[in-house]
Design a protein around this ligand. Structure first.
Ligand code: AMP
Length: 284
């Protein structure tokens, strides 16, 4: 497995593979890898000739009060995990390589970035779009794999790729969960044992609403209230949102006679967790 920190070297290697006619799969990450990340790597290894991952904790997607400085960094373990999965190249740039002095060009994210996370983390998707577009330029892969765990991020990147004619196909991969249902996340390691138990309230609220919908409930406002109430009763410290929206636009829904997705962002202690579930309606 090649470990590369220079954008030039990464570009030269990936474009060499592409010129040889090889399919290259790309998995951008912020490290602190877990089974969710490794599932993306496995999918790429099974579908592509070459798999390249990136590890970079991108400062431009964190607001000043967010957890950039305490974000977990576990590089040696991450590299071992990627090596085990037969990843071919890992790009691990320094900050200065991606954001040199004088850097001042940013991507204006698409409209789908505005609701939900866009309200609670203004500027977040500007940073995400900027770094992802840079990574797509540095590692000109055939396909890029992203998790549905970050559902809005996946929608934002799909739209950016379409709007800006980026020649990389984006693939979404199912959320990998702990046995009890908690979505795997690098941020789960911030949780104490008590908080880890409380954190399950996100998944429980999502499955509660799924059950209510299958039993015929269709009032979106009432279903959203049921999620809120469950989260707070189960011990979440704050709920940023618990919404049911259109899966494409992420805009409000009037009825459930159409595809719908439930998304939650909630705080457990000082840790902010997100999760989502596509709702299967009994009537559809
Ligand atoms: P991150 O390192 O958190 O930026 O995540 C890197 C990629 O892994 C993103 O595409 C995430 O959506 C994806 N990812 C993170 N957690 C999971 C999970 N539990 N299941 C599937 N994909 C995930």
């Amino acid at each position: 497995m090649k470990i590369v920190s220079s954008p030039h070297e990464a570009y030269a290697q990936v474009s060499h593979w592409r010129r040889e006619g090889l399919q290259v799969g790309l998995i951008p990450t912020m490290g602190a890898l877990h089974e969710g990340h490794l599932a993306l790597v496995r999918r790429s290894v099974s579908e592509c000739d070459i798999t390249a991952a990136t590890i970079f904790v991108n400062p431009t997607q964190f607001a000043p009060h967010e957890d950039l400085s305490r974000y977990p960094r576990t590089l040696e373990g991450d590299l071992d995990g990627l090596r085990n999965e037969k990843c071919d190249l890992v790009f691990v740039p320094q900050n200065e390589a991606l954001y040199p002095n004088g850097f001042s060009t940013y991507v204006q994210p698409p409209a789908v970035a505005e609701p939900l996370e866009g309200v609670y983390r203004p500027g977040h998707y500007r940073g995400v779009c900027t770094v992802v577009l840079k990574l797509f330029g540095i590692l000109p892969a055939t396909l890029a794999y992203f998790g549905q765990k970050d559902y809005q991020q996946l929608a934002v990147i799909r739209r950016m790729v379409e709007d800006l004619n980026v020649g990389i196909r984006v693939e979404g991969c199912a959320t990998v969960r702990e046995p009890d249902g908690l979505a795997m996340s690098s941020r789960n390691r911030y949780l104490s044992a008590d908080q880890r138990r409380t954190a399950l309230c996100l998944w429980n609220a999502l499955t509660l609403v799924q059950r209510l919908v299958q039993d015929g409930a269709s009032d979106v406002g009432k279903l959203e209230s049921a999620m809120h109430e469950h989260l707070l009763t189960a011990g979440a410290d704050r709920v940023d949102y618990a919404r049911i929206v259109d899966p494409d636009s992420l805009q409000d829904l009037q009825t459930l006679n159409q595809p719908a997705i439930a998304l939650i962002a909630a705080h457990v202690g000082s840790t902010r967790l997100i999760d989502n579930l596509m709702l299967e309606s009994a009537s559809r």
